[in-house]
Design a protein around this ligand. Structure first.
Ligand SMILES: NC(=O)c1ccc[n+]([C@@H]2O[C@H](COP(=O)([O-])OP(=O)(O)OC[C@H]3O[C@@H](n4cnc5c(N)ncnc54)[C@H](OP(=O)(O)O)[C@@H]3O)[C@@H](O)[C@H]2O)c1
Length: 245
């Protein structure tokens, strides 16, 4: 039977690269994003394109849980793997910290994935095979080297992952986080910095041992490997994909 992967924020660059790699490994993908046209185009680019589903929904909306329930019940789908790729920085994320910006950033990077996990975890209990929940965190969550609210929210995410892993290990729910350093792609914030602040951009590149920022294609094989390995032993892991930083 084919496995199902629900990848949030997967019409864009990084989430899409994860979805594409898993489609090559024969997974059925549930794509997510806000823009249906982008999602339809993304679906066309996946392998076995007729097999996949589109959950077109703004995950910041309050009725997330009921929309999840309607969609996954309607299609009779239960993911083997959930990959939380949604995340990022909110405008105004700087010192002194604005509490509204902090609250929105926590919502985007942490709360939404908690709502999604709470919904599925009840359904994962008592299943025989391992189910996996993979969060995309950031290397900046450990170094603090990014905008304040963003790094605080990703650091909270890391601890959430470790705590959840302890609670659900015996129920065969494997939970981990991937910590990439800066990722370059067409919609990355760093594309702007490369154009508008090349001095800073080059300084940050030179700080990396590999003298380059990663591309999604260089990271996604690790994520697919975590999906594929039939073992619980990476549960609670914060997996560094930082190119030696
Ligand atoms: N980029 C980096 O340098 C970097 C470094 C370390 C970690 N990360 C982490 O990696 C993950 C991916 O980041 P990224 O910057 O590469 O993003 P990205 O892949 O460019 O994300 C864009 C995607 O997010 C979707 N999206 C945005 N808001 C949404 C919402 N409210 N509901 C549903 N979908 C939404 C977009 O869909 P629509 O266009 O339809 O809205 C699009 O599919 C994040 O968790 C980020 O924190 C990124």
């Amino acid at each position: 039977m084919k496995k199902i992967a629900f990848v949030t924020a997967s019409s864009g660059a990084f989430g899409f690269a994860i979805a594409l790699d898993l489609s090559k490994k024969d997974y059925i993908i549930v794509l997510n994003g806000r823009d249906r046209v982008k999602l339809e185009k993304a679906k066309e680019r996946l392998c076995n394109k007729e097999l996949h589903y589109i959950f077109c929904f703004d995950l910041t909306k309050e009725n997330l849980q009921s929309e999840l329930d309607s969609f996954f019940t309607l299609h009779n789908l239960l993911p083997n793997v959930i990959i939380h790729s949604l995340g990022g920085k909110i405008s105004g994320d700087e010192h002194p910290i604005n509490l509204d910006v902090l609250s929105q950033t926590m919502h985007l990077n942490l709360n939404i994935s908690i709502v999604i996990n709470n919904y599925f975890i009840e359904k994962f209990k008592d299943l025989q095979e391992i189910r996996k929940i993979i969060h995309i965190s950031s290397s900046a969550s450990t170094t603090g080297n990014a905008s304040p609210c963003y790094v605080m929210s990703k650091a909270a995410l890391n601890v959430y992952v470790k705590n959840m892993a302890r609670r659900y290990a015996l129920e065969k729910i494997m939970i981990c986080a991937i910590l990439p350093n800066i990722i370059m792609h067409e919609t990355s914030d760093w594309k702007d910095k490369e154009l508008n602040n090349p001095e800073y951009f080059n300084k940050r590149v030179q700080e990396t041992p590999l003298k380059e920022f990663s591309r999604p294609q260089q990271l996604v094989p690790y994520i697919s490997a975590v999906c594929e390995i039939d073992s619980m032993y990476a549960t609670g892991s914060l997996i560094n994909l930082q190119g030696g930083v």
